[in-house]
Design a protein around this ligand. Structure first.
Ligand SMILES: C[S@@+](CC[C@H](N)C(=O)[O-])C[C@H]1O[C@@H](n2cnc3c(N)ncnc32)[C@H](O)[C@@H]1O
Length: 225
C-alpha cells in the first residue's frame, strides 16, 4: 500500500470453525498458481447451491457494503474476494452476526483466482478503492487490468455491470484508459467518468477518505453485446 494510504488495522479475530466453514473459502496462492484446475469454477451452484448469478466484489476488505447489500436483499447472492485474512475474518463476523445466508468470502489472490470465474455467473462486479500500487515494481499487482477484463467478459451475464471506484486519480485514470481501450465494454454513462460514490453503507476505506475530504471518481461498464 502506498505511503499516506494506511488506515487503522482491523483486529485479528478468527471466526468460529462453524462460521469459517459456512462463509469462508481459502485458496492457497502457490497451489492456485501451479495447478489452477485443482480449484472449482466459481459457479453459483458451487458457491450458493443456486443457479442464480451473483455479485462479486474484488478486494472487498472488511465487506461492510457487501454485507449491507446482502442483508437488504436476501434474494440476491454475494461473493467477496480478498487476499487479506484479517479483513475476511472481520467480514465473516459481520455476516455471521447478521445471520446472512446469501454471502460467502473467498480468500485468494484474485490475480490468480480470476481464472476460475465461471461462464455467465456474474450479475455485477464491484471494485471499490483498490490498492493503487503506484510504484513500477508494484503495478503488476493492480487488480484492474486487461487480464481482468478478459476473465470477466465470459463470466458476465447479459446486462451485468462492472463498477470501479477510486480516490486515487492516477490509478483511476489508468483504469479508465484500460476500460476505454477495450471494445468489448461500453460505459453506462455518457460522461467519461463520474464523481462521488454514495452507496447504502460506506466501505471502510471510503469512510477514511471521506474524513480527509478526498475526491472520489467512478465509472461503470457493461458488456458491449
Ligand atoms: C484499499 S483496500 C479497499 C477495501 C474495500 N474495498 C474498501 O473500500 O474498504 C484494497 C483491498 O484489496 C485487497 N487486495 C489487494 N490485492 C488483491 C489481490 N490480488 N487479490 C485479492 N484482494 C486484493 C486488499 O487486501 C484490500 O483489502
Amino acid at each position: 500500500m502506498s505511503k499516506g494510504r494506511r488506515i487503522a488495522r482491523i483486529p485479528n479475530l478468527p471466526p468460529s470453525p462453524e462460521a469459517a466453514a459456512r462463509y469462508l473459502l481459502h485458496w492457497e496462492s502457490r497451489r492456485l498458481f501451479h495447478a489452477p484446475s485443482d480449484f472449482p469454477l466459481l459457479t453459483p451452484q458451487f458457491l450458493f447451491n443456486s443457479g442464480l448469478p451473483f455479485t462479486l466484489e474484488i478486494g472487498c476488505g472488511a465487506a461492510e457494503l457487501l454485507c449491507a447489500l446482502a442483508a437488504a436483499d436476501p434474494g440476491e447472492r454475494y461473493l467477496g474476494a480478498d487476499i487479506s485474512r484479517r479483513s475476511l475474518y472481520y467480514a465473516v463476523h459481520q455476516a455471521a452476526n447478521a445471520g446472512l445466508s446469501n454471502i460467502r468470502f473467498l480468500r485468494a489472490d484474485f490475480l490468480l483466482a480470476q481464472a476460475r470465474l465461471a461462464p455467465a455467473s456474474l450479475k455485477s462486479v464491484l471494485l471499490l478503492f483498490p490498492d493503487p500500487n503506484l510504484s513500477p515494481r508494484h503495478r503488476k499487482r493492480r487488480v484492474f487490468s486487461p487480464a481482468l477484463l478478459d476473465a470477466l467478459h465470459p463470466a458476465l451475464c447479459p446486462g451485468a455491470r462492472i463498477l470501479a471506484v477510486s480516490d486515487d486519480e492516477s490509478l483511476f485514470m489508468d483504469m479508465l484508459a484500460i476500460a476505454d481501450a477495450d471494445p468489448r465494454y461500453r460505459k453506462t454513462h455518457s460522461e467519461p467518468f463520474l464523481e462521488g460514490f454514495d452507496p447504502p453503507a460506506p466501505t471502510r476505506f471510503q469512510r477514511a477518505w471521506r474524513r480527509v475530504g478526498r475526491r472520489v471518481l467512478r465509472f461503470e461498464l457493461e458488456r458491449d453485446g
